[in-house]
Structures are given as C-alpha cells and as structure tokens.
Design a protein around this ligand. Structure first.
Ligand SMILES: Cc1cc2nc3c(=O)[nH]c(=O)nc-3n(C[C@H](O)[C@H](O)[C@H](O)COP(=O)(O)OP(=O)(O)OC[C@H]3O[C@@H](n4cnc5c(N)ncnc54)[C@H](O)[C@@H]3O)c2cc1C
Length: 365
C-alpha cells in the first residue's frame, strides 16, 4: 500500500521510529504525544546489535552513533565476593559475528535523534500535549498505530480488562555521580553483579561523570541495600553513591491473542512490554517500526498489513518475554545453585552470549 494516512498514538521511541519508517515509504503520518516531545526523563538504554540493524534500516545509525557510548566489554561479577565470573568482549570479533556494535546511550539522546529526523520529514506531523482517545478509535477512519507504552489505554480499549501485570520485583534506577562512587571498578564497561535476591547492572550513560545504574530486587523493598545484603565493598560503595534512586515498575503485558482489531494495531511496549532484564525495550520498539513499515508496504489492506506485522513479530517478542522473566532464576540464585552457576560461568560452560545470540543475530525485514 502507498500514500496511506496513519495516526500514531505516542511519540516515544516506538511511535517516532514508526513514523520515520512509514514516512520513508511515502505515507502521511500524524504522531500525537500526550506529553511534550522533549523529555529529559529516563536514564540510559542499551543498544545491542539488533537495535543497530533496525537503526540502519531507518537511516539513523550515524546520527545515533555520534551520541552513543561504546563500552568495550560486559563483565559479570558475583555481587557478594566481587569475583569476576565471565566477560563478553564487544571487540572486532563480536562485531564481525553480529555485524554491528554494542552501545549505550541516554534515552533522551536516542529520542532526540528520532525527533530530529521526524521533524525533517515533510509527511510527518507532530502534535504534543494531545492524546489519541477511545473516541478517535471509534470515529476516525484512518489506520491507527498504538505506541502508547506499557500502560497503554488504547490496549484496554481494544481488549477490555487486559492490563500489564506487576511482577514480584522492585526495579530501581539511578545515575550516581562517579565522584561519590569511591569504588575500584572500571565504569567504562557494562558490569552485571549477580546477588542473592537481586542483581545490579551499571554502564556508561553518555554523561562522563555519571554511570547508569539499575538494581533489581525480589519483592517489595524501599532501597536496594535493604534487600541485597553481604555485598562486596565495591558494589556496596556504588549503591551508597546512588542517592537519586527512583523506582521503575516491574511489569509485563500478558500474552495477547492478537495485537490488532480492525484498523488499530498495538506496537512496542503496548503490545509486548516486559521487564528490562535483557535490555531490549528500545530495540524491540525499533524493530517493530521497521517490521510495521515492511508489512504495510507488502499488503493490500490495512488489516492484512497488521496481521502480517503480528506474524513477523509475535514469536520473537514472546521468546524475549519468557526469557526475560526467567533470568532471575540464574541471576538471583543463592547457595549451591549460585555456586554451580559461578563454576559454570568461570569455566566457560555457560556464557551470557548464548542467551542473546538469537536476539542479536536478528536483522530487520
Ligand atoms: C519517560 C520514559 C523514560 C524511559 N526510560 C527508560 C530507561 O531509562 N531505560 C529503559 O530501558 N527504558 C526506558 N523507557 C522505556 C523504553 O523507552 C521503552 O521500553 C521502549 O522504548 C518502548 O517504547 P514504546 O514507544 O513502546 O513506549 P514508550 O517509550 O514508553 O512511549 C510511549 C509514549 O506514549 C505516550 N502516550 C501514552 N498514552 C498516550 C495516548 N493515549 N496518546 C498519545 N500519547 C500517549 C507516552 O507519553 C510516551 O511518550 C522509558 C520510557 C519513557 C516513556
């Protein structure tokens, strides 16, 4: 199909990326964002190779590369002993294997790159401070793409009674100032600390004086240090330096029998949002954008395009969701299980790359 008029609900990563992909195919797109497009909230996100494949399809890899940070490796450590369990190098052989790098970037910078591109495209219209409502779904005749995030109200309108489920974790985010983190740790790497009852990950944020930190604890707690006890001194020092903690809802969208109804289709977190334990939220939204444009290009009706979009995306996102929700069994193990995990990681019997190879190898349609 060519020259469609499409309304997108939500100007986050998924909404803007989809607007760009559709405008590149010659469609006219209106993006409505209920807040402001310029949003400085949100810390840094990780961009694995599959995110770069999608960015390349959107023609944005160079502009995003200029704003991203390229850590040279992932180090996995035992949070109690501090021992290094395994590393994944993001060097030339990683890049040759996956045909793309590994990066981290401030979410605001990624969002700004998408916004700049969208503003340059004559067939994209951006409206902020304005929602897509259930009235629009009832009354508008054009195709509607609901990229309205994990707590999507349009999803509830299409599938009454379906809402994101809370999972039994507390997720904390912080961007500690490195000056306060008096720890003997190289903050240029991505570091994952596996602890009893939780895990902590930190990586460069793009702001040289601050590191992006995410701490995940089982159950409901007020601070990570309340749940994660007996930590090694460097990790304890990093958590002490995390003075600007905010919580991030641990939610997952239940498996929906379908993502579209008539002329409305959910994408991104609205369709398949899950806990960020494999750091794929932004990547999945970018992949969805490319897949949606390809589906619309190849179909003769909107409904057929949405069906094709779902067919191309459901298996992958369902696998990601199942794997993300299963990660705590490995990451938060205690006692003999943790001992066995550590031995297997140290001896190379299990490598974290084996969990994500299928994800990183994917290239956009
Ligand atoms: C402010 C913010 C900060 C974030 N920070 C991080 C982070 O630090 N690390 C991380 O891994 N992930 C973060 N995320 C999540 C990550 O960006 C998403 O998982 C991923 O990009 C999926 O994107 P999405 O477009 O599906 O949803 P989102 O990026 O959540 O975007 C949804 C957008 O829709 C808008 N919206 C909602 N309802 C309506 C409506 N009815 N009409 C119009 N607009 C509507 C929202 O205001 C929002 O801008 C953040 C998301 C947001 C919104």
């Amino acid at each position: 199909m060519k020259n469609l008029k499409i309304l997108i609900a939500g100007g986050g990563i998924g909404g803007l990326a989809t607007a760009i992909a559709l405008a590149h195919s010659g469609h006219h797109v209106e993006v409505r964002e209920r807040r402001s497009f310029v949003d400085e909230t949100g810390a840094a996100v990780q961009l694995g190779p599959n995110a770069w494949h999608a960015l390349a399809r959107l023609g944005l890899q160079h502009i995003v590369k200029d704003r991203a940070v390229f850590p040279d490796r992932l180090c996995i450590r035992d949070g109690q002993t501090g021992k290094l369990l395994t590393t994944i190098s993001f060097d030339g052989s990683f890049q040759a294997k996956f045909h793309a790098p590994y990066a981290t970037i401030l979410r605001a910078q990624l969002h700004a790159a998408l916004l700049e591109e969208a503003k340059n495209l004559p067939t994209v219209e951006l409206a902020s401070g304005c929602e897509v409502t259930t009235e629009d779904i009832r009354n508008r005749t054009e195709a509607i793409i609901a990229a309205d995030g994990i707590n999507s109200s349009l999803r509830t309108c299409l599938f009454p009674g379906v809402s994101a489920r809370s999972l039994p974790f507390t997720i904390f985010r912080s961007m500690p100032n490195l000056a306060f983190a008096n720890a003997d740790i190289d903050f240029l790497h991505v570091t994952l600390w596996l602890c009893r009852n939780g895990h902590v990950v930190h990586y460069p944020s793009g702001n040289p004086s601050k590191v992006n930190l995410v701490a995940v604890c089982s159950g409901e707690v007020l601070t990570p240090r309340e749940r994660l006890q007996g930590l090694c001194p460097p990790l304890d020092a990093i958590l002490r330096a995390a003075r600007d903690l905010s919580t991030w809802p641990a939610q997952a969208v239940p498996f929906l029998p379908q993502w579209h109804a008539a002329r409305v289709c959910l994408i991104g977190d609205a369709a398949h949002g899950t806990v960020p334990f494999l750091a794929q939220g932004a990547a999945m939204a970018l992949e969805d954008a490319v897949a949606m444009a390809a589906a619309i290009e190849g179909a003769t009706t909107v409904e057929a395009a949405f069906q094709q979009f779902e067919t191309s995306r459901r298996k992958r996102t369902a696998r990601l969701d199942a794997q993300s929700q299963g990660m705590p069994r490995l990451y938060h193990a205690a006692g003999p299980l943790a001992f066995a995990r550590n031995m297997a990681m140290q001896s190379g019997l299990i490598s974290s790359l084996q969990f994500v190879t299928w994800l990183y190898r994917h290239s956009a349609p």
